[in-house]
Ligand binder design. Structure first.
Ligand SMILES: [Zn+2]
Ligand SMILES: [Zn+2]
Length: 352
């Protein structure tokens, strides 16, 4: 089978591999689509960040070189779990969990002490087939297309962040960063009963997409000050909750700055050390919370998609073959911020 493997920064190789045999409670998936994530881009540009190079991951037992891709779906072609049927169409929830640590026993498996992602800490979905633990598999009803199912993973990040926030119906919200997760956060806030949802980015195409995902307002931070724009849009009150999905000091400053007193900054974007004005944070009784990965959201997302309440595929801007995944996928995403989500289709010679 063909697979796109990470060997090092700027070194992704399309290779032919033998299919591994299944261990108990594993299933083999014939991949329909696998999305390219921002974290895959980071690994490509200047990794390793999450990819284990020296020590194998405790659950997958794998280290580099390994196959990228954690946003995928497909058809079960072989199953070593009586609970998973061959031929089932499935989406993958790509979080490894040990099932035995304190967090797993509480059902908080995204906090597992051995937590890791398929496609970063083990072989992933940018391949013709992939072997995954059966607990990661969610059956898809016929109403959910594979292009929608491949975008469920970033939608899961978004919905978990909304659930981790203290969102109340009608709350005015701001979302900073209209990448895939930011755009889907807009859609989840709309679906979960938020009031005004103001999208902030510096790219006009992405802001236009935010409008079609349900944003009530759009702020182009390259043209105007986002803090004052959000204060203006909320009659001077400020946002109840602001989601930081860009991962920069400037957007963190604006995320905190646009909040009303008692408001909540939900941190989703990744960055290293940053500065926070604690004097201001204390005096305005702000809350800083964080969200990582997801738990218990895939079934809800699949049901919402099947009923037409959300469309995760709305973020997809291009589909490419496995053969062209690097130039037309990875490189295109780096060169053009108008590209949002590129899906890799291992079995289509040239899907677009
Ligand atoms: Zn991702
Ligand atoms: Zn665990």
């Amino acid at each position: 089978m063909k697979a796109l493997r990470w060997h090092g920064p700027r070194d992704l190789r399309l290779v032919d591999l033998l299919e591994p045999s299944l261990r108990p409670r594993e299933v083999r998936i014939r991949v329909a689509y696998c999305g390219i994530c921002g974290s895959d881009l980071h690994e490509y540009v200047d990794g390793p960040h999450a990819i284990p190079v020296d020590c194998p991951h405790p659950i997958s037992g794998r280290r580099a070189p390994l196959t990228l891709g954690h946003e995928f779906c497909g058809t079960v072609v072989e199953s070593a779990d009586p609970g998973v049927a061959v031929d089932a169409r499935v989406a993958i929830e790509p979080e490894y969990r040990c099932g035995a640590c304190d967090y797993c026993l509480r059902g908080q498996y995204n906090r597992c002490t051995s937590m890791g992602f398929i496609g970063l800490m083990g072989d992933g979905g940018m391949a013709e087939s992939v072997v995954v633990p059966s607990y990661t598999v969610h059956p898809l009803p016929d109403e959910v297309g594979f292009d929608q199912a491949a975008a469920l993973e970033p939608a899961a990040v978004a919905l978990h962040a909304v659930r981790m926030s203290g969102l109340q119906a009608g709350d005015a919200c701001a979302v900073f960063g209209m990448g895939p997760v930011g755009l889907l956060t807009v859609a989840m806030l709309r679906q979960c009963g938020a009031g005004d949802v103001i999208a902030v980015d510096v790219n006009a195409k992405r802001l236009a997409m935010a409008g079609s995902m349900g944003a009530s307002g759009a702020v182009d931070a390259s043209r105007e000050d986002s803090t004052s724009a959000i204060l203006g849009a909320t009659s001077g009150r400020g946002a109840a909750i602001a989601f930081e999905v860009a991962g920069s000091q400037a957007t963190l400053d604006a995320t905190l700055g646009c909040l009303r007193k008692g408001g909540e900054a939900m941190l989703v974007g990744l960055m290293g050390k940053a500065q926070v004005d604690i004097f201001d944070t204390v005096n305005r009784e702000l809350r800083l919370t964080a969200s990582v990965g997801y738990r218990d959201v895939f079934p809800t997302l699949i049901a919402w998609t099947a009923r037409g309440l959300i469309d995760p595929a709305a973020i997809v801007t291009r589909k490419v073959s496995l053969r062209h995944a690097v130039p037309q996928g990875f490189d295109a995403l780096l060169a053009d911020k108008g590209q949002v989500k590129v899906l890799v289709a291992p079995f289509d010679a040239d899907p677009e």
